[in-house]
Design a protein around this ligand. Structure first.
Ligand code: SF4
Length: 368
């Protein structure tokens, strides 16, 4: 079925005079018709790093228990067979052996699925051989600036040099041999690196031929990370305009700017209407794109209210939650939709329960 929830979402936003209950029912209807196409699985609650822009509290692993490999295999079987997921993304916290073994299990048993992984340079260094023994369709590496800025934002002296070394190794050992399908760079825009993301992109494009760059402003929730890291709306718009002028100087590139929080969109509507008016509802997002030579720039807005139509987020303890609320460390029940350990129904019935759970109010709150 064609996923058109961005269009349905905009129709709902434009419908005036709806009560809170009517809003909720109409949003639930959008979710029922647009079940999430991929699952993002946080297997490991622990991360050895201390990045300044991290939304997770450092002691996240103290509040969230982990499941063993055999339990994950059972969950994956159920997610594949009963929930019909064909796309799984791993990462978000530290890489560990369980993640490697789950992906090995997926590769061996489910040839028709897509696997994505997100990791930083030091994690790739530790698991390089294992990574290169897997089939990973898309691999995203975090780079947050040039040497000093990257190390400062990631709070890790030497991290940039390690990351560059691992990019070179992955280009030779993963991409060139075909077991990694696509290598992309993820950058989190903050007040620390707003001047250096574009020079970093130029460097990686010119010197290493990297083509795919995804930029996202830092997400904040419940005081995490420090809000002084969040660029102002003016700075964010300035950055977008600069990127629009800049991307044509690259070679064979795809640069995207991705907004997951809605507050900036309201500002954009008032203060940068040339771009806002060009946004088109497409699948589960709004998009504006521009081409120049062999380069592309894309602006994406993923409205928070329909985020759950897009991704199905599974915590390390098997609980399904809304996203952002990991900032709280111990996640309150009111933000938990359900539990993948309890998948015993078919896809429609399982999601029906999720959509009708009290946690759904998290999304409704973004519409009111
Ligand atoms: S941003 Fe990622 S790598 Fe950095 S501390 Fe957080 S989870 Fe770890």
């Amino acid at each position: 079925m064609e996923n058109n929830c961005a269009k349905e979402f905009m129709n709902l936003v434009n419908e005036k005079g709806l009560s809170q209950q009517e809003l909720k029912e109409k949003l639930q209807e959008i979710y029922r018709k647009n079940l999430p196409p991929f699952a993002e699985i946080l297997v490991n609650p622990h991360c050895p790093n201390k990045c300044k822009h991290c939304i997770y509290p450092e002691d996240y692993h103290c509040h969230n228990k982990t499941l063993g490999l055999e339990t994950w295999k059972g969950i994956i079987n159920n997610m594949y067979e009963k929930l019909e997921f064909r796309h799984f993304i791993f990462g978000g916290r530290g890489l560990n052996n369980t993640i490697i073994e789950i992906i090995r299990y997926l590769n061996k048993n489910f040839p028709d699925i897509k696997v994505g992984m997100i990791a930083d340079g030091p994690a790739i260094k530790k698991y390089y051989d294992e990574i290169c023994s897997l089939r990973i369709d898309h691999f995203d590496i975090s780079v947050d600036g040039l040497k000093e800025t990257h190390d400062e934002q990631r709070n890790f002296p030497g991290a940039f040099d390690i990351t560059i070394e691992q990019i070179k190794r992955l280009l030779d050992g993963g991409l060139a041999k075909g077991n990694i399908g696509k290598l992309s760079i993820l950058a989190t825009l903050t007040t620390i690196n707003k001047e250096e993301i574009l020079p970093m992109i130029k460097y990686l494009n010119e010197d290493f031929g990297l083509k795919n760059f995804f930029i996202t402003p830092v997400s904040t929730y419940a005081g995490r990370p420090d809000k002084s890291l969040k660029p102002s709306y003016e700075e964010t718009i300035g950055f977008i305009k600069e990127t629009l002028e800049f991307f044509s100087r690259l070679n064979d590139s795809y640069v995207s700017f991705n907004i997951y929080e809605d507050d900036i969109i309201n500002y954009l509507r008032e203060n940068y209407s040339e771009l806002y008016n060009k946004l088109k509802p497409t699948e589960d997002f709004f998009e504006f794109g521009e081409e120049s030579g062999n380069n592309e720039f894309h602006f994406f807005w993923y409205p928070t209210a329909i985020n759950g139509c897009r991704e199905f987020i599974v915590n390390c303890d098997g609980k399904i939650f809304t996203g952002l609320v990991q900032a709280l460390g111990k996640i309150p029940d009111k933000f938990i939709f359900g539990d993948v350990l309890e998948i015993n129904k078919n896809r429609e019935d399982f999601f029906k329960r999720l959509i009708e759970s009290p946690a759904f109010d998290f999304y409704v709150g973004y519409l009111s």
